[in-house]
Design a protein. Structure first.
Length: 307
């Protein structure tokens, strides 16, 4: 009964996720976690099947694929009456950057006590670039100290210089690296620049929500240590849905977590425990989930081979 309840719960979560989140985000998660290593595009029928597991209708899938192609995230190729979709270099760069941040966090156990300070002044006429700079600094884990001044305990000089060059804002920006002398304490600076309390609560909720699912799957005959001994309690499609939802929820954390060094984190910080749960559960589901995706994509590959 427990397994049936868990299976139904995950399926219902999958059905609800499409209306509550942008379909483009679902496509990015699918390509980022499952299709990034493919050396060929994926046929529309396969994408309809995969995204249908998350509650998207065939019409919604076709619409979002067409829209993302127009925006330059996807490429489209036709063979007869069918279409195949792959990532553009721009789309691939975005997802590779996101994967690096999600799966290879760089939080440090120690800290040298120095801060990076980024100061910039961008005129209103270049507001779009100024907003883009703020987004990129936030993605790096920098915190807003005052208007036009951002800080980070990490040495982000190289990354910030690359961003400034890309946005052509090198003349509008200065970077400093050194110790903080007065008047706030490191704890007060952290509280001013980052909402760690709110982030910690969301980490705790993530752990609570997914721990029960993980305990179930770690004992399953399909995914767990006893795989092949006990009869599987679920199907590969269900493993796909579970891992998809796991990644889709967790991928929001790297956008908010500055990955502060250990000495700057509050006692009882849930970030490390959430990361361990995510990585372990993600690996537990990998085999059947990836086989399901491969089997769905294979039908389109066979069509191309036969053409």
């Amino acid at each position: 009964m427990l397994y049936v309840t868990l299976h139904t719960g995950v399926y219902n979560m999958a059905r609800k996720i499409a209306p509550s989140l942008r379909s483009q985000d679902l496509v990015f998660t699918l390509f980022g976690d499952y299709l990034l290593e493919r050396d060929r595009p994926v046929w529309t029928g396969g994408l309809i099947t995969l995204l249908g597991q998350l509650g998207l209708s065939p019409m919604a899938v076709r619409t979002v694929l067409s829209r993302m192609t127009r925006k330059g995230w996807l490429t489209a190729e036709r063979l007869g009456t069918r279409s195949w979709y792959g990532l553009t270099p721009r789309g691939r760069k975005l997802l590779e950057s996101g994967r690096e941040r999600i799966y290879r966090p760089t939080s440090e156990a120690s800290w040298d006590g120095k801060w990076s300070v980024i100061v910039f002044s961008v005129p209103e006429a270049r507001r779009r670039l100024r907003d883009a700079l703020r987004v990129r600094l936030s993605w790096l884990g920098c915190g807003l100290l005052t208007s036009g001044a951002w800080i980070s305990p990490h040495d982000v000089r190289a990354e910030v210089l690359d961003i400034a060059a890309e946005l052509k804002l090198g003349k509008n920006l200065e970077i400093f690296r050194g110790e903080h002398l007065a008047h706030s304490s490191p704890e007060r600076l952290v509280a001013q620049c980052w909402d760690l309390a709110g982030l910690d609560r969301r980490y705790a909720a993530f752990i609570s929500r997914w721990s029960r699912e993980f305990e179930h799957c770690s004992q399953c005959g399909m995914t767990g240590a006893r795989a092949g001994i006990h009869k599987p309690c679920t199907a590969p499609a269900d493993c796909f849905r579970r891992r998809f939802l796991l990644v889709h929820e967790y991928r929001a954390f790297p956008l908010e977590d500055p990955l502060l060094p250990g000495p700057l984190l509050p006692a009882g910080w849930n970030g490390q425990a959430a990361a361990r749960l995510f990585e372990t559960y993600h690996d537990v589901l990998a085999g059947p989930a990836e086989r399901f995706v491969a089997d769905v994509c294979a039908e389109g590959d066979e069509i191309v081979a036969a053409a």
